[in-house]
Design a protein. Structure first.
Length: 128
């Protein structure tokens, strides 16, 4: 890329020098020659400005595309992480509910056995 830039710059400089020499050697009055040189330099400057503006706009467009792409990927990743967190929370909540239900059932079973054992002892004591 740097070699191409050097070649283009050399061509522009060569063209400007050639034009300037051609104008200097042309049989024309001093005022016309100065006006022609001035017009040519202005044309070169305007052309360079237009090309620079075009390149700057291309760079801006490319930068905006890159930024939008990064934003989109970040939002996708964040959304995926959020969804995974929701699924994980649902799984944990479900497992906690099942564990609570099993613990409640175990407590109820223990109470029933203790009550049954107490009733059996009470009946044994009364029958004895």
């Amino acid at each position: 890329m740097k070699d191409q830039t050097k070649i283009i710059a050399a061509l522009l400089i060569g063209a400007a020098a050639g034009a300037a020499i051609g104008l200097l050697l042309a049989p024309d009055s001093g005022e016309n020659l100065r006006n022609n040189i001035n017009d040519y330099v202005n044309d070169v400057v305007n052309s360079t400005k237009e090309k620079a503006t075009s390149k700057i706009n291309d760079i801006k467009d490319y930068s905006n595309r890159v930024v939008n792409n990064v934003k989109e990927r970040y939002n996708d990743a964040f959304g995926d992480a959020h969804d995974y967190g929701d699924e994980l929370m649902d799984t944990i909540t479900s497992k906690a509910e099942r564990a609570k239900d099993r613990a409640t059932d175990a407590v109820d079973e223990a109470k029933n056995r203790a009550k049954s054992t107490a009733n059996d002892w009470n009946n044994n004591i009364q029958n004895a």
